[in-house]
Ligand binder design. Structure first.
Ligand code: AMP
Length: 297
């Protein structure tokens, strides 16, 4: 495990070698989705840095911080095979030492702009994006990447990080990578390891709900309320699933749409949902941007 100052030295060596440095922040327990971010970084950058840090600050008091799956040796193996140049695995004590008191929060002057962190995950997980933005800012400052890679799987996280990068002048580019899926469409996630076999089978319902909305839209249904209702019905038909929220929102502001989605190349909407399958909370989304669906693969 390397310290922050060792990381800085190693980063300096990468700078001397020249070329872009790509960065993939993760919470570990790596799967093909994470590795697809690493692969993308490798095609675009001379060197790739990965962090593994289960960030306590983004978990609520009743969430799964202690249970969150961990397998550092397995992760390091996978990253070595993937040809990663540097892995940083800071401890919570190093990231948040006693006396720590600086946080990144979202707040619009006058309160007249909808906050991108307020709805969806932000409304269900108070403090989550304060934790995410703070740790990502710290990781960016430590690694100083030219490009940072995030998964579309966490759509609101992407919007929140892009907002932070603009607002706080981070000198880097955010690259968004498609959601990697299992054969039945379930988005890969470290949390899928919590699922029992029966729950695992039921978990395909998120993808089926999103697919139902996409098909309906493609066949001419542009009313966001009806599209949300359609997703609700698919989830309700799965006995092991309990819907937490379903959304059809503006892809940039994340405000719920209440008028018909434009057709053709102007069409834009983020369809997203959070569902408990048993005790496991899963999220997923399909993004419709400029009339093109981004659903992952
Ligand atoms: P996590 O370890 O869950 O914090 O995820 C680290 C990064 O991997 C985030 O940018 C995630 O959005 C991304 N990621 C997680 N699951 C997937 C997936 N199935 N496909 C693509 N990217 C993913």
């Amino acid at each position: 495990m390397i310290t922050l100052s060792e990381l800085r030295t190693a980063r300096g060596e990468l700078a001397r070698k020249g070329g872009l440095v790509g960065f993939v922040p993760t919470m570990g327990y790596l799967h093909t989705g994470h590795l697809s971010l690493v692969e993308q970084a490798r095609t675009e950058c001379a060197a790739v840095v990965v962090s593994i840090f289960v960030n306590p600050a983004q978990f609520g008091p009743h969430e799964d911080l202690d249970a969150y799956p961990r397998n550092l040796p397995g992760d390091l193996d996978m990253l070595a095979q993937a040809g990663v140049d540097l892995v940083w695995t800071p401890t919570a004590a190093a990231m948040y030492p006693p006396g720590y008191q600086t946080w990144v929060t979202y707040d619009a002057p006058g309160g007249d702009v909808p906050l991108v962190t307020a709805p969806l995950e932000g409304s269900m997980r108070p403090g989550h994006f304060r934790g995410v933005a703070t740790v990502v800012a710290k990781l960016f400052n430590a690694v100083q990447p030219d490009k940072a890679y995030f998964g579309q799987k966490d759509a609101q996280q992407v919007v929140a990080i892009q907002q932070m990068v603009r607002d706080l002048n981070f000198p880097l580019e955010i690259v968004v990578c498609p959601t990697r899926r299992e054969r039945d469409g379930l988005a890969m996630s470290s949390r899928n390891s919590y699922l029992s076999p029966a729950e695992r089978q039921a978990a395909g319902v998120l993808y089926r709900a999103l697919s139902a909305a996409r098909s309906a839209f493609d066949q001419g249904e542009t009313n966001p309320a009806r599209l949300r209702e359609m997703m609700r019905e698919v989830i309700a038909a799965e006995p092991l699933a309990r819907l937490q929220y379903v959304s059809c929102a503006h892809p940039d502001t994340l405000v719920e749409l209440d008028s018909p989605i434009a057709a053709g190349p102007a069409a834009g909407a983020l369809f997203s949902l959070a569902v408990f399958v048993g005790k496991t909370r899963l999220i997923d989304n399909f993004l419709l941007r400029a009339g093109v669906w981004m659903t992952g693969q």
